[in-house]
Design a protein around this ligand. Structure first.
Ligand code: MRU
Length: 332
């Protein structure tokens, strides 16, 4: 992805391995500053996933792959390391997929760094293919909408929901994106808007509650990412995705979900079995370190919701655009 660091535009990934350390952009500091942090211990990398220094399903997967790499280089018990890393967050299937991938590669005797670098590159390649496959849906003059951040920050590079937008923009297609802010952690406003600004893609941030209003005024397509997709096509994504899918159905707006094979949990029959992460009420009640809710009130903070497959027009994948009844084709 493009990022301007110290006045110079550079190409940078969300997570990578360098000199024995797992390096990542601290996504909690964007957009005001680009801070790179590095970790030498796999448990610190697991904590960076838990506290959302890095986030987004495929980036969580690649970060977990690098954590397994550190555990292997340090001669740790890999069964225990795998369990510790998997406990970081419950919903994104990529975390479990990546740790199992690395466990299998390491037990075959693969070089830890080569295996983890290979995993990260595989995500970038899949996202590039998602961009090619989805980019053809975007035409001149279209108004799109997205939620949360399913861009390069969330996927090592390129993105899932943002990949078709990057592809269309690179071919000179002229379109516009509504970016819903994504309360409470503001991944839409702080991360997606930042990525679109770096790319020069025309967009406006909207409050989450304004999405029905703008859909009533004319939105041509919604594209989101996913954290876990069950075999019947039900999928978990950032809280508020379900609302958008219902409203899109009301207005007859196509609703696409962009995701690579590592997000498809085809051994899970339907979305009712997806574990939804419950995060701290402070994320809802506090802003910039200040409590803004009444001292007596408590808050609920589910990080994800599950959208039923019947609301999905298609899944944009590296294998093409699939209807919900075709996603068995994602089995590897
Ligand atoms: O809590 P987050 O920021 O990790 O949630 C991220 C999302 O919900 C993304 O939409 C999803 O992981 C897809 S990322 C390509």
């Amino acid at each position: 992805m493009k990022a301007t660091i110290d006045g110079v535009q550079k190409d940078i990934r969300a997570v990578w391995f360098e000199n024995g350390r797992v390096m990542m952009i601290d996504q909690r500091r964007l957009p005001s500053e680009i801070v790179i942090v590095g970790f030498e211990d796999h448990l610190d990398v697991a904590e960076a996933i838990r506290n959302m220094t890095t986030r987004g399903a495929p980036s969580i997967g690649a970060t977990a792959a690098y954590a397994m790499c550190l555990a292997a280089l340090d001669g740790c018990d890999l069964v225990k390391a795998a369990a510790d890393i998997k406990s970081a967050r419950p919903t994104a299937y990529d975390l479990f997929y990546a740790v199992d991938y690395m466990s299998a590669r390491l037990s075959e005797g693969a070089d830890p760094v080569e295996a983890a670098d290979g995993y990260a590159q595989m995500m970038v390649d899949k996202c590039t293919a998602i961009g090619r496959n989805g980019g053809r849906l975007i035409e001149d003059g279209m108004k799109l909408m997205t939620h949360c951040n399913a861009g390069a920050l969330a996927t090592v590079d390129v993105g899932t929901a943002l990949a078709p937008m990057r592809d269309a923009h690179s071919r000179g297609v002229d379109f516009f994106v509504y970016v819903s802010e994504t309360r409470p952690r503001l991944q839409g406003m702080q991360l997606t808007a930042w990525e679109l600004a770096q790319e020069g893609i025309d967009h406006r941030i909207i409050p989450d509650g304004a999405s029905a209003y703008y859909m009533s005024q004319g939105v041509d397509m919604i594209i989101t990412g996913a954290d876990r997709i069950a075999a019947n096509g039900d999928f978990a994504n950032k809280i508020g995705t379900f609302d958008k899918a219902i409203v899109a159905k009301h207005f007859g707006i196509p609703f696409y979900v962009a995701a690579p094979a590592s997000t498809f949990n085809l051994d899970m029959s339907d979305g009712s079995k997806i574990v939804i992460e419950q995060r701290s009420e402070d994320e809802v009640c506090m802003m910039n370190g200040q409590r803004i809710a009444p001292a007596e009130s408590h808050a609920l903070n589910p990080a994800f919701d599950v959208t039923p497959a019947e609301l999905v027009t298609g899944f944009i994948t590296e294998k093409g655009i699939l209807r919900p009844d075709e996603i068995h084709l994602m089995r590897e």
